[in-house]
Design a protein. Structure first.
Length: 238
């Protein structure tokens, strides 16, 4: 039973993104779609003493580009983002533990495209820090021809998927009936119930970058994303 997810790459996404990555056998970055401004592709939120603040990579507002073609403007933005991350999280319990790892990801490569950066961060965090064994692929390698829901079905067929795992936003253009007709089951991800943790700069917020969780909980981060469900299931069965 092969489980597949298909999502655009986001910049240091929140823990729910990695929850889906963990749930599947194959995670496909859907980066040969049109870039949309004001979305999660080039920005995310952090917690600061002044409240939640955006970290935004300045890539312009031109929507006549595919996500995979969006170029990065030098490295000035990276130095500024790292300065702000350090100011917000240097007192978090595990900031020092991960500092060298993320400095190497940000500055060890001269990133030229947004998609390359996003994918490297996501794959690195998933495999190196969360222990996820999911395989990754890029939609551009499948030579797709269709659009919207039909495009997803075409991609799932080419990956040999039996089950499609999706966030709830995809309900706007995907119907369970079309997937049933194609012989593919659909699992709609439920983000409810994530446990809170000791977070700097209250009030608590779940809707921030995965870096917040890592810097605060360290090696316990996987439990806060999916492990707590297993604990709850064992308690319910006892």
């Amino acid at each position: 039973m092969k489980r597949v997810a298909i999502i655009q790459s986001n910049y240091i996404p929140w823990k729910g993104y990695f929850d889906i990555v963990h749930d599947v056998d194959l995670f496909v970055f859907h980066d040969d779609l049109q870039y949309t401004k004001g979305d999660w592709r080039n920005r995310n939120r952090i917690k600061t003493p002044g409240g939640e603040r955006w970290l935004t990579i300045p890539v312009g507002s031109d929507e006549r580009r595919l996500i995979r073609d969006v170029e990065l403007p030098g490295m000035g933005w990276a130095r500024e983002h790292w300065r702000r991350l350090e100011a917000a999280y240097r007192r978090a319990p595990f900031y020092a533990h991960y500092r060298d790892y993320f400095e190497a990801l940000y500055f060890g490569t001269r990133w030229r495209r947004l998609s390359q950066l996003n994918q490297a961060l996501i794959v690195g965090i998933a495999r190196d820090l969360l222990g996820v064994t999911t395989d990754f692929a890029d939609s551009s390698s499948f030579d797709l021809t269709r659009s919207k829901g039909e495009r997803v079905l075409e991609l799932l067929a080419r990956t040999g998927a039996d089950v499609y795992v999706s966030g709830p936003a995809a309900r706007a253009y995907i119907t369970d009936e079309a997937f049933a007709h194609a012989g593919i089951g659909v699992v709609w991800k439920d983000y409810a119930g994530y446990p809170e943790y000791a977070q700097l700069h209250p009030p608590f917020s779940h809707a921030v970058t995965i870096l917040d969780l890592l810097f605060h909980t360290g090696p316990e981060a996987p439990w806060h994303i999916w492990g707590w469900r297993h604990s709850a299931a064992r308690e319910a069965a006892a």
